[in-house]
Write a new protein. Structure first.
Length: 131
């Protein structure tokens, strides 16, 4: 497996699954620097198959799915991503991260509104007891 291709595929799967490099590394039982090196193509030699297997297990994908990611991207994005250049790919990564951040923000807002509602009920109960 070509490491450059592997690095791009790992990064895209990691983003699609909502992992940070650190989160993927922890789940895979490898170091964050190993994930970074793979994604940034720092080591042009072939990647250790044990590391690839750990990454695939953490991402809940098979090695074949990782190798054939271009075909899967076509299914997911209707063939559009294959035409993206490096800059567009980085923009997509940012959009995916921003989408995850937005979902986290919405979940936090929902939780805060539940907490506020709970305190409002308690406050009303206290007001009612005073009467």
């Amino acid at each position: 497996m070509n490491l450059k291709t592997l690095g791009e595929k790992v990064r895209m799967y990691r983003n699609l699954k909502g992992y940070s490099q650190e989160g993927l590394a922890k789940t895979a039982g490898i170091s964050q620097s190993q994930v970074s090196f793979i994604e940034k193509n720092k080591n042009k030699k072939k990647c250790d198959e044990v590391i690839v297997k750990k990454i695939c297990k953490a991402l809940q994908i098979t090695e074949d799915e990782l190798q054939n990611f271009g075909e899967i991207k076509n299914e997911i994005y209707g063939g559009v991503i294959n035409d993206l250049n490096k800059k567009d790919s980085d923009l997509l990564d940012k959009v995916l991260k921003d989408e995850k951040s937005m979902i986290n923000l919405l979940n936090t807002i929902e939780l805060l509104s539940k907490i506020i509602a709970s305190y409002k009920i308690k406050l009303e109960e206290c007001e009612h007891k005073k009467k």
